[in-house]
Design a protein around this ligand. Structure first.
Ligand code: MG
Length: 207
């Protein structure tokens, strides 16, 4: 596969093809036009953190929802919406890859319409924008940093939920669970933190 100079890129799998020089040229070609909202591939990073408090009325915590999964826990996220930090970070990774305004700009936390909102609504809108821009999700890699409850036990459900919302197979979604080694707010169970990286490929690009 010759990636040089023709402005074409065959998609996600194309990266493993060819030597170093071709890869370099392929990268330059694939990223052509990225600053103008085009390009064969685009990468985005999403980050979110929510404070965890006792569930209302004892505290300000909402029932704990993560990646669309309801968790039984004595604390829950504080937030204007349902506080789903994983869906929020995936949403921001997709929007970031598109070079669009972030979740806080699109869905302000002082808008009463989003009070207690199911965060799937935000993620679905980001997915709609990905498709409208002519892209498909290559893959997403998520890291959830949470002391309790353990992410390990619900990892498969998180992957399945995200994959369903993105309209891709579960093999394109990865979820890793980590603790914060009992230090700082996250380690003390007072917050949840999520990082997500998403790769978008030009739809019909051979992925
Ligand atoms: Mg959030």
């Amino acid at each position: 596969m010759d990636l040089r100079g023709n402005g074409r890129f065959s998609g996600f799998e194309g990266w493993s093809v060819g030597g170093a020089e071709k890869s370099r040229c392929g990268y330059a070609s694939a990223m052509d036009g990225a600053s103008t909202g085009t390009g064969a591939i685009r990468i985005g990073h999403g980050y979110d953190l929510h404070r965890l408090e006792p569930i209302a009325p004892e505290g300000k915590g909402r029932p704990f929802v993560l990646g669309g999964v309801r968790l039984e826990h004595d604390r829950g996220p504080v937030g204007h919406s349902d506080g789903d930090a994983l869906y929020h970070a995936v949403t921001d990774a997709l929007l970031g890859a598109l070079g669009m305004p972030d979740i806080g700009e699109l869905f302000p936390d002082d808008d009463p319409r989003h009070d207690g909102q199911d965060s799937a609504v935000f993620l679905d809108e980001a997915v709609r924008r990905v498709r409208a821009a002519g892209y498909a999700v290559g893959n997403v890699d998520c890291t959830v940093i949470l002391e309790r409850p353990k992410v390990k036990e619900i990892k498969d459900r998180l992957r399945a939920n995200i994959a369903e919302r993105l309209g891709v197979g579960v093999e394109r979604v990865n979820v890793k669970g980590k603790t914060h080694e009992k230090v700082d707010a996250v380690g003390e169970g007072r917050a949840i933190e999520v990082h997500v990286v998403a790769l978008l490929v030009r739809a019909g690009g051979g992925s």
